[in-house]
Design a protein around this ligand. Sequence first.
Ligand code: UDP
Length: 373
Amino acid sequence: MRILLVGAGLSGAVIGRELAEAGHDCRIIDARPHIAGNCHTERDADTGVMMHVYGPHIFHTDDEGVWDYVNRFARFMPFQNRVKTTAQGRVYSLPVNLLTINQFFGTTLRPEEARAFINSKADTTITDPQSFEEQALRFVGPELYEAFFKGYTEKQWGCSPTELPASILKRLPVRFNYDDNYFFHRFQGMPQNGYTAMVAAILDHPRITVELGTEYSAEMAAEADHVFWSGPLDGYFDYRLGRLGYRTLDFERFSHDGDYQGCAVMNYGDRDVPYTRITEHKHFSPWESHQGSVCYREYSRAAEPGDTPYYPIRLVKEKSLLEQYVDLAHATPGVTFVGRLGTYRYLDMDVTIREALDTAKKFTNHAADMPAF
Ligand code: UDP
């Protein structure tokens, strides 16, 4: 079959590869001048540092199949994300762990003591936390919430944490030991030559053609037997019901001679610091050595038409609009909507790859009755 895949990010590349291996001809287009979507990496021209052009991407998964898959296409170097945060004039360890708690409260608590201490601060009247704020007050109490989560989240999402779903905070653990690894997954690492090289290897198949700087057109779809759409869900329908909300990021680049902050990611919890975090990219490749350093100050704002969409907002307003678009998607035969933008979900890379592998499998097994969404 002739397959058109719109978007050369992880979803498009993995589905394209799987279908190419199953004997289908895959045409992959992307409006941007590069592959790999928002995990695109490239070396900085001045310093040679591998840059995460659209912000930090750290590969972590518990899915052995996904880990094996990515290791087929890239050599993964050991990397653990050890994030720090600057809040109220001091630097702390994230995610909230025993060091954070003891430093913040000036205590020397052991694990069980810390658990009891934090429990005594938690608002136990909240039995079923719905919002981000309720989740925080229920599990870490007001002081840590104010210092580390409230201001950061207001900056990141542009709204009050009372309006955000609890699920966003559930991404972050609270640990009553000194483990400061941001992720709890068994498999973690960083592709040695960046994500773009990995995606290029996935796309390297004789049945795959890739056209960059190429916008989708209905004529292209007409030439294909099936379309996989990994662009914005509402974009496929020309935003006819209105726009789903996204946050976009602006990066303010600056260079530094030597080591600027001593870690890859420094968050800024205070509301009056306008950026959410500073990323120093060379620390994502600790096996390389570079004298020069390049950093990004990261600012979050509502995406306007034409901006790169990053985070789906999914407030109540978006949810009802999303349902209407999902109904439209279901009623669109011959098109499968995939990935973060195509399904309007906050997806990590490993989940994106898992879903892409499963989608491709479903397609090769049941191409005739492939569901539209
Ligand atoms: N968050 C926070 N303070 C921090 C880091 C994260 O309040 O120092 C909140 C924030 O709302 C963020 C969410 O936790 O959107 C998830 O954080 P994560 O680090 O997973 O975000 P990502 O790296 O995907 O932007």
